[in-house]
Design a protein around this ligand. Structure first.
Ligand SMILES: [Fe+2]
Length: 245
């Protein structure tokens, strides 16, 4: 598995676009409360839509209203509720689809071939760098995307929750390792932008999750696997609340 760069929980590696050089717009769409994010590089007006699904006209209307040209589609993974708008976006734009190579076998073969990436790759959206982080567990090729101060986490990390690991390709040991790497290798000031609105609020910080998300507070693999695969769903239901000391 490709591990992502060690950012040392400090500013040792800053991708560093200029302050204000990008914006992230959010749509909440569909019956599963998916969050669809539109990353805008302000200078070029280029946009990358993350996990387009459910209501393509709403996504396209947002881009038009903001004067954004969608040039890229970034997928956190290939589950239906995250990709069912890909074809519609491709019908309306010349966007390039991006996906981690480890997820390629799960991606719909009726869609155009995506650009396949590895963890650590950087996509430049104009002058805004977007880093691919490989965070398997929910699926083998699950990705998070880091854009300077933001972490778009797909179904890897939710606000006070994490993605399930009992679907095809899911693996709770990999999820444990992925959450540990997020906690240990990324700066805690990052804003968490999850793939679903399953928490008591739509966004958080990595620090708040490290301190109050029960999945990030278990430091024993066996306990984590039991909790993710058995105990959690018996005792907790959305909207997930913080569990702090
Ligand atoms: Fe999913």
């Amino acid at each position: 598995m490709t591990s992502f760069a060690n950012h040392g929980n400090s500013d040792s590696v800053r991708l560093a676009p200029r302050p204000g050089s990008y914006r992230i717009h959010t749509c909440q769409l569909g019956p599963m409360d998916n969050f669809i994010y539109l990353i805008e590089d302000v200078e070029s007006s280029r946009g990358a839509v993350v996990d387009p699904a459910w209501d393509v006209p709403a996504i396209l209307d947002l881009a038009t209203a903001q004067g954004i040209q969608i040039t890229d589609i970034l997928l956190t993974h290939s589950h239906h509720d995250h990709i069912n708008g890909v074809a519609g976006i491709l019908d309306a734009t010349d966007a390039q689809v991006h996906l981690l190579k480890a997820e390629a076998d799960f991606y719909g073969h009726n869609l155009p071939q995506p650009a396949l990436h590895h963890g650590g790759d950087i996509l430049r959206l104009g002058k805004t760098p977007i880093e691919f982080l490989h965070t398997p567990g929910h699926t083998p090729g699950s990705a998070c995307y880091r854009v300077e101060d933001d972490l778009i986490a797909g179904d890897t990390l939710f606000v006070f929750g994490c993605g399930r690991c009992d679907l095809p390709g899911g693996d709770p040991k990999q999820m444990y390792d992925s959450l540990r790497k997020l906690r240990e290798n990324l700066p805690w000031y990052l804003r968490l932008l999850p793939g679903h609105d399953y928490g008591v609020k739509p966004t958080s910080t990595l620090q708040e999750q490290a301190e109050c998300n029960p999945f990030m507070r278990i430091h024993d693999l066996g306990r984590f696997i039991r909790y993710r695969m058995h105990d959690h769903d018996q005792v907790r239901h959305p909207p997930y609340a913080p569990e702090c000391d």
